[in-house]
Design a protein around this ligand. Structure first.
Ligand code: ADP
Ligand code: MG
Length: 322
């Protein structure tokens, strides 16, 4: 059996990157990070628990990707650039093949975005992965939830609902062809953090959030924090390609409240439509305009004909479902 320290040095300690921002990484009592003058540090933590956020026996390579991706998605939603992350890991037992695949999946994504593992903690316990990411954003330019203004357009990156479709298929709530399941499964297991879009929207977008628990709930956080309301054009929502083939009630429910999408929902002034589209093009991430921010509080869902539709949708909440 590996000792805790051999495990850490074998699977989680790597030579420092040459860019020099991380002065001291894994191995000392603390990591040391050189801050950049004029930048603010963005910090976020997300924890994934086996049986709660992922199925027991989940593929460790994909899991390594996903647990870092959901954290990077929070940096994207602030318009921050990644610097590094810490990893707190509880493992029921030491399985080297699991550790090798998990760390490979995690480091592949970390390297894509130049985000360095700078420390963590390792203990025995039910499989739990908690990551804290650190990023930076020019002072005053973070995309906050409390900055939406009446008259703003509401935009969504990429497409919604396919990850929820995969969950429905795994739960046997519906059946999909094996090709369709393969396609949507990747949306669920391997989300792409929209970092390039987040940074391209600095100084352009007003408010932003990443959609992890479903659009209605997550947009609701922007509305509450900004003290505004919204009209959402349900038929304008960009649907995942597999979801497009499903019946309308399911399309609407999964696009509005599916969860696990990791797309960005952001607001920007109507005058900046072209600027938003140019930023999205620079980031090579498509965006769709889906509604507008209004003074009157509350979220109104509207169909293509302009009729208000009543849907009872609940976004995901760990405690309300207990
Ligand atoms: P301490 O007891 O002083 O907190 P630890 O023995 O927990 O230190 O960890 C030793 C070193 O290994 C520290 O630099 C810590 O950040 C790092 N470390 C521990 N677990 C992990 C992990 N899962 N991933 C990355 N670094 C880790
Ligand atoms: Mg420790």
């Amino acid at each position: 059996m590996l000792s805790e320290f051999t495990l850490i040095s074998r699977y989680f300690e790597r030579p420092a990157r040459p860019d020099g921002r991380v002065v001291l990484g894994v191995g000392d009592d603390c990591a040391l990070v050189q801050t950049t003058p004029g930048m603010q540090t963005a910090i976020s933590t997300d924890m994934l628990v086996e049986g709660r956020h992922f199925f027991p026996g989940a593929d460790p390579h994909l899991l390594g990707h996903k647990c870092l991706a959901v954290n990077l998605s929070d940096l994207a939603a602030m318009g921050a650039t990644p610097i590094g992350f810490t990893l707190a890991l509880a493992l029921p037992s030491v399985e080297e093949s699991w550790l090798a695949a998990f760390s490979a999946g995690m480091f592949a994504l970390a390297d894509t975005y130049g985000c360095e593992l700078i420390g963590g903690d390792t203990t025995k316990g039910p499989l739990t992965i908690s990551i804290t990411v650190f990023g930076e954003v020019p002072a005053g330019q973070a995309l906050r939830r409390d900055a939406a203004l009446p008259g703003d357009d509401i935009w969504i990156s990429g497409t919604l609902g396919d990850a929820r479709l995969a969950l429905a298929a795994y739960r046997k709530e519906l059946s999909l062809s094996s090709e369709a399941l393969d396609a949507v499964a990747m949306r669920m297991h391997a989300p792409s953090p929209r970092l390039a879009l987040g940074t391209a929207l600095r100084g352009i977008a007003h408010a932003a959030i990443d959609i992890s628990d479903g659009l209605v709930g997550d947009l609701g956080h922007i509305l509450k924090r900004s003290g505004v309301g919204a009209r959402l054009d349900v038929d304008a929502l960009p649907l995942g390609s597999t979801l497009q083939g499903q019946a309308q009630p399911l399309r609407r429910a999964f696009a509005l409240a599916g969860g696990d999408d990791y797309e960005l929902c952001f607001t920007a002034s109507e005058q900046h439509r072209d600027v938003v589209l140019e930023a999205a093009q620079r980031a090579a991430i498509p965006v769709t305009r889906v509604g507008s921010i209004v003074v009157e509080p509350g979220l109104k869902l509207i169909d293509a004909g302009g009729t208000i539709i009543e849907l009872s949708l609940r976004s995901f909440d760990h405690f309300s479902s207990l």
